[in-house]
Write a protein that binds this ligand. Structure first.
Ligand code: HEM
Length: 441
């Protein structure tokens, strides 16, 4: 199976594809069916868009759609009636039947929670948790893989915002699952893992899914206090939502925070190292802020850091390729995808399209300065395409900025071999050679 697709699906424990053990496991098998070959690297897709136009068959009936306006139309058509998956009991006679809720409604509820959490009450503790992880790393006093460190630190610090107040066993199961996902994703272990590794992974996911379900039952019956986390947003969204559906949603969010936030932060660290002049300007900007401005007014209070973050999000977008299954027959403009057929999208390809971006390959935060006007034309999609954009975008951007504050003002990295630092594109965009020590400034 294509390594790409495994990684895409690993991340895609989201939305329609679901992320409980059952879903991500099954999906990995379904999507892999010869849809794409290894030779189709994203870089070659960027070139093909230039020669063949933005819509073409990538391979074996898999349609590649790389024109922003068409992607929006096809996504709208495919998402219109999308719901959470049905459960087996929905089809059994005599069982309590509940129509699964629409994804558009759920996404809205999650978006509201993400915006509510984007303030001092939540950002200050988030910042503190990231700092505590970095302090541990400085204590280690040894060279380590900093891409892995950042991936683990970023997702760990987000957990209480997603589900807070878990009992010891539940927290342990969630932690095992999180660590396994981060390690698999960053070390690309999926590419080589055999059946027994996949079974082990499925068991870890099932156990985390069960633990979350038990926690959701306790939250609902009041034996555990509710907090202002995403779990509560899920319960408030629909008081009749069954525990397994509530658990499915929380697990979906837990999967989402393992992927994009950490890989993008690792990309930011890479670019800060490569652009020390920008790192100095960003440090200066953060140093001039009061605490209130830091936590209550992001990203407005840090225009320079924001420019830099926007460029990081353009060139380190996640994932490189997204493969979708058509949930209904889709006819958009002059092409069609049959029901259960597949099409693929790529923010990476769009963000490298020279039709939309001057000097597209070049990391240039200056392009986002107020003196210049970027003509986005719907071609800037670091948080995905409407209507399926990331519901955690507000929180994700603030966390990225807080991470940049830590890495420019409070900590520095000492790379073991700076010459080995490079960007690797293999399913994901990840820094390679980011190996060394974190030290206090
Ligand atoms: C810099 C940080 C982040 C980036 C770049 C990012 C990016 C993305 C992207 C591109 C998607 C859409 C994937 C697709 O097209 O299917 C997505 C989906 C999602 N993200 Fe984020 N994300 C970030 C942070 C977060 C955070 C902090 C949360 C929650 C706490 C979150 C929760 C979700 C969820 C639940 C989905 C699935 C939505 C759906 O399938 O409808 N994300 N994210």
């Amino acid at each position: 199976m294509s390594r790409w697709l495994e990684l895409v699906v690993l991340h895609r424990g989201l939305g329609f594809f679901g992320c409980t053990a059952q879903h991500s496991f099954v999906l990995r098998c379904v999507i892999g069916i010869g849809a794409m070959s290894e030779t189709n690297t994203v870089a070659s897709l960027v070139k093909r868009v230039e020669s063949d136009g933005p819509i073409f068959e990538v391979s074996n009936g898999l349609l590649g759609v790389f024109c922003p306006a068409t992607v929006t139309d096809i996504e709208a058509a495919n998402s219109k009636n999308a719901t959470l998956p049905h459960r087996l009991s929905d089809f059994l006679p005599g069982q309590r039947h509940q129509e699964p809720p629409l994804w558009t409604d759920i996404r809205q509820a999650l978006q509201i929670r993400s915006r509510q959490q984007n303030c001092r009450k939540f950002l200050e503790p988030l910042h503190r948790r990231m700092r505590a992880s970095l302090d541990l790393a400085t204590n280690a006093n040894a060279d380590q893989d900093l891409t892995m460190l950042v991936g683990k630190m970023i997702s760990e610090s987000l957990i209480p915002l997603v589900v807070d107040g878990m009992g010891r066993k539940c927290a342990q199961a969630v932690e095992r699952d999180r660590i396994h996902k981060v390690e698999t994703m960053i070390s690309n272990a999926h590419a080589t893992s055999g059946l027994s590794d996949k079974l082990k992974e499925a068991l870890i996911q099932i156990s985390a899914g069960r633990a979350i379900k038990a926690h959701m039952v306790k939250l609902r019956n009041g034996s555990v206090r509710q907090r202002d986390d995403f779990a509560r947003a899920v319960l408030d969204f629909d008081e009749n939502l069954t525990a397994d559906r509530a658990a499915y949603l929380v697990t979906t969010i837990l999967t989402a925070i393992v992927g994009a936030p950490g890989t993008v932060a690792a990309g930011a660290l890479f670019e800060l190292i490569r652009h020390p002049h920008w790192a100095d300007m960003i440090a200066e900007e953060f140093r001039s802020l009061s605490e209130d401005e830091l936590y209550d007014d992001l990203p407005r209070s840090v225009p320079i850091a924001h420019q830099f973050a926007r460029e990081v999000l353009r060139l380190w977008s996640f994932p490189l390729i997204t493969v979708r299954r058509a949930s209904c027959p889709i006819e958009v403009r002059d092409f069609s995808v049959a029901e259960d057929g597949h099409y693929c999208l790529s923010s990476y390809v769009t963000h490298h399209n020279r039709q939309f971006w001057d000097n597209a390959e070049h990391f240039d935060p200056e392009r986002w300065s107020s003196r210049k006007t970027v003509k986005e034309n719907g071609a800037y999609v670091p948080f995905g395409w409407a209507p399926r954009t990331c519901p955690g975008a507000a929180l994700g951007l603030s966390q990225l900025l807080l991470f940049m504050q830590l890495m420019t003002v409070e900590y520095a990295v000492r790379l073991k071999d700076p010459h080995k630092l490079q960007k690797k594109l293999d399913g994901l965009a990840l820094p390679q050679g980011l190996f060394g020590q974190v030290v206090r400034r």
